[in-house]
Write a protein that binds this ligand. Structure first.
Ligand SMILES: NC(=O)c1ccc[n+]([C@@H]2O[C@H](COP(=O)([O-])OP(=O)(O)OC[C@H]3O[C@@H](n4cnc5c(N)ncnc54)[C@H](OP(=O)(O)O)[C@@H]3O)[C@@H](O)[C@H]2O)c1
Length: 282
């Protein structure tokens, strides 16, 4: 069976390719897509086939999907442009007659009100409209969204957020990737997986940061407008800062909370904990 992974040059995608190989898929049955030539070369060194493909290039997509059995569409990173890009992938997958289109979506995509969820929901709807056999891998937040900020947390002694007491079912990219590989290998995966690790509030995040680093870090809850201003002050573009603050509001509502054990089920083990994820980043 042949597998095509889009966004394979990204952080999640590279983990998916490695997970497929670790699960015994022969390298010559994996095709890795992306644009970055250096990272494509890194993937080629694993023995898999690589193709340089932009989501705007419908001819390149058609060529890449020729003969593919199963495709994993890893959501693109160009927020606001993702739906037309994903639509090109869906059209190419439908034209190639693939057996399965897997898509990395967002937790609770059907009901989530966070801004980032809009393109995911629309992509899921486009896949259903195309009539393709599918599996939606609805990932909650990455633990790396937090572990990447350890230095900032300890420098300021605070985790700043606008999420109140809301809980997020974050998990590591590696775990989400391993779960995606596991789903791709199931004869008949579920149509929807709600994927998340053990849930924590941002107050619990701060306590875990303190425990892992030894520094005293507390949670400071601020209105979303203030969080946006702080993020802009730290150098983020205004639109992106507002999207991140909006995601915190969604976290507060429970939009990133997952109450199903789908991730553990696909992994066949508990997901990596927040403390382990933070320690790995130290
Ligand atoms: N759950 C979360 O917390 C969370 C956080 C951030 C992002 N996400 C979503 O999850 C996705 C995967 O995460 P990640 O960490 O692996 O992101 P990433 O490292 O930024 O990787 C994004 C991938 O998408 C590819 N891509 C972007 N635009 C493309 C285009 N126009 N044509 C072809 N390929 C394109 C990139 O290819 P090149 O690099 O080769 O150009 C790269 O392989 C992201 O793209 C985003 O949709 C989720």
């Amino acid at each position: 069976m042949s597998f095509v992974i889009t966004g394979a040059t990204g952080q999640l995608g590279r983990h998916v390719v490695e997970s497929l190989l670790a699960k015994g898929v022969p390298a010559d049955q994996v095709v890795a897509l992306g644009r970055d030539e250096e990272r494509l070369a890194g993937l080629a060194a694993l023995g898999v086939a690589t193709r340089k493909v932009d989501y705007a290039d419908t001819a390149a997509l058609a060529a890449a999907f020729d003969g593919a059995d199963r495709v994993l569409l890893i959501s693109g990173s160009e927020v606001g442009q993702r739906l037309p890009q994903h639509q090109n992938v869906i059209d190419a997958a439908a034209a190639a007659g693939v057996q399965l289109l897997a898509y990395t979506s967002i937790a609770n995509a059907a009901s989530s009100r966070i801004i980032l969820a809009g393109e995911h929901k629309a992509t899921e709807e486009a896949i259903v409209a195309a009539g393709l056999p599918h599996t939606f891998l609805r990932n909650s937040w990455y633990i790396e969204n937090y572990s990447g900020q350890l230095a900032t947390y300890t420098e300021h002694g605070t985790v700043l957020g606008a999420a109140g007491d809301g809980q997020v079912s974050a998990a590591t990219r590696a775990d989400f990737a391993e779960a995606a590989a596991a789903a791709l290998l199931l004869e008949q995966p579920q149509e929807v997986y709600e994927l998340g690790g053990a849930a924590f509030s941002l107050k619990e995040l701060a306590a875990t940061v303190s425990e892992v680093t030894g520094a005293e870090v507390t949670y400071t809850d601020v209105p979303a407008e203030e969080l946006t201003k702080v993020l802009v002050g730290a150098g983020l573009p205004e639109g992106y800062a507002a999207v991140l603050a909006d995601a915190d509001l969604g976290l507060g509502r429970g939009d990133l909370y997952v109450d199903r054990a789908d991730l553990e089920g696909l992994l066949g083990r508990p997901a990596t904990s927040l403390a382990e994820g933070l320690r790995a980043a130290l």
